[in-house]
Design a protein around this ligand. Structure first.
Ligand code: S3P
Length: 443
């Protein structure tokens, strides 16, 4: 697939549903009693894997129109042993959150995934989850495939997150659902709170409090175990992490004017918008409102002249999936952009610090990769672009989409080696982008 230098983009887009919220809607629906109706579910491969896994565990799931799904759950603790291996595909969120659920069910299950997921660390969830009484037999480094033998009499957990990870936080809370007493998670850096919001929506008692954690400001999340979750209606906002691609493309192409509707504006997800505004991006929030327990707004984006900035490490949890596309904006901006605190990027679908830096260098952009920092020297206009060698995307959807965005705003076309991973989170990416005027086509 190749993206060619393009003119201004224009139009209005409704982007696909939020991936994080879609996984959670299916999972909480599977643990609730009665019917859950989901509108706007992301029908990407990652979420479809979660739906398949929940069916294998006994939840009834059906779809009656695009984005409209129904789940009939089995109640907290009510899922059954799957007959076969659960293949979570490319999805770290699907695998880690499901391990939380399985840890406190009296059953044995085997999880696997694609080559990317089988490389990713699972010890960050299996270690805390072992304390509830579950046993895990994994490959070296706690990697998939792994077997989980869930606890018969699960214990509540009390865990301080060693890395800012909403996946780990959510896995612990999900395990705590089927344990008596209070499960507690402490986080020093706030991460996305979709699980907490949705647990409350389904009827669980979840309290979040500011605390002092050995001299550090932190927050604790307290979940009262063994609630009765009741089936609900869930409205999934459009995914800010998918919106990031047309958003950055519109900013980079002079004269563009694009409206993105009903985008999730959870405070822990909008670090990219803050950063792009600091860079001089013309982004207007319209119609700010709440839908289904999450803040949403429409975004009006206009082509802008961007300048380089320093992105502080504290901002990383709120834009953790957006650094590759921010790096593309930085390549076009005037001056240097320094992004700090990126250690977690090394354990995403690919080592995103390395894949981003390698790809940018191939496109003639001056870039420096440090252990936890990325420095991009902007061209102050169109950077050179591809040199007839395809960018290696390493089964990483966000790397694939980021470099296609760069190709629109570079002097020469940019080609990527593999388009297929994009279907994990944004199946209609090419159609929606070309609809705005982007030149993206089979090479
Ligand atoms: C996610 C949390 C983030 C993010 C991922 C989705 C979630 O991962 O990168 O795409 O839905 O909880 P970490 O929590 O591991 O940083």
């Amino acid at each position: 697939m190749t993206a060619r230098p393009s003119d201004a983009l224009s139009g209005s887009l409704r982007l696909p549903g939020d991936k994080s919220i879609s996984h959670r809607a299916l999972m909480f629906g599977g643990l609730a009693v009665g019917e859950t109706t989901i509108d706007g579910l992301l029908e990407g491969e990652d979420v479809l894997r979660t739906a398949a896994a929940l069916r294998a565990l006994g939840a009834e799931i059906s779809r009656d129109a695009e984005g409209r799904w129904h789940v009939w759950g089995r109640g907290v603790g009510g899922l059954g042993e799957p007959e076969d291996v659960l293949d979570m595909g490319n999805s770290g969120t699907g695998a880690r959150l499901l391990l939380g659920i399985l840890a406190s069910h009296p059953l044995t299950a085997v999880l696997t995934g694609d080559a990317s997921l089988r490389r990713r660390p699972m010890a960050r969830v299996t270690e805390p989850l072992s304390d509830c009484g579950a046993t895990f037999i994994a490959r070296e480094g706690g990697r998939l495939p792994l077997t989980v033998i869930g606890a018969r009499d699960p214990l509540p957990l009390d865990y301080r997150l060693p890395v800012p990870s909403a996946q780990v936080k959510s896995a612990v809370l999900l395990a705590g659902l089927n344990a008596p007493g209070t499960t507690r998670v402490v986080e020093r850096e706030a991460t996305r709170d979709h699980s907490e919001r949705m647990l409350r929506h389904f009827g669980a008692e979840v309290v979040t409090r500011e605390i002092d954690d050995e001299g550090h400001p932190a927050q604790e999340i307290l979940l009262t175990g063994q609630p009765e979750l009741t089936g609900r209606r869930v409205l999934v906002p459009a995914d800010p992490s998918s919106a990031a691609f047309p958003l950055v493309a519109a900013l980079l192409l002079p004269g563009s004017e694009v409206r993105l509707t009903a985008i999730g504006m959870n405070p822990q997800r909008i670090g990219l918008i803050t950063t792009l505004k600091e860079m001089g991006g013309d982004i207007t929030l319209e119609n700010a409102r709440e839908e289904g327990g999450e803040p949403v707004a429409d975004l009006l984006v206009r082509g802008s002249k961007l300048r380089g900035v320093e992105v502080p490490a504290e901002r990383a949890p709120s834009m953790i999936d957006e650094y590759p596309v921010l790096a593309m904006a930085a390549a076009v901006a005037e001056g240097r952009t320094v992004m700090h605190g990126l250690g977690e990027l090394r354990v995403k679908e690919s080592d995103r610090l390395a894949t981003t830096a390698r790809g940018l260098a191939l496109c003639g952009v001056e870039v420096e990769e440090r252990p936890e920092t990325l420095v991009v020297q902007g061209a102050g206009g169109r950077p050179p672009g591809g040199n007839n060698q395809a960018i290696q995307t390493e089964l990483d959807h966000r790397i694939a989409m980021s470099f296609l965005v760069l190709g629109l705003a570079a002097e020469r076309p940019v080609q990527i080696d593999d388009m297929t991973p994009i279907a994990t989170s944004f199946p209609d990416f090419t159609a929606l982008m070309t609809g705005l005027g982007a030149e993206i086509a089979e090479s």
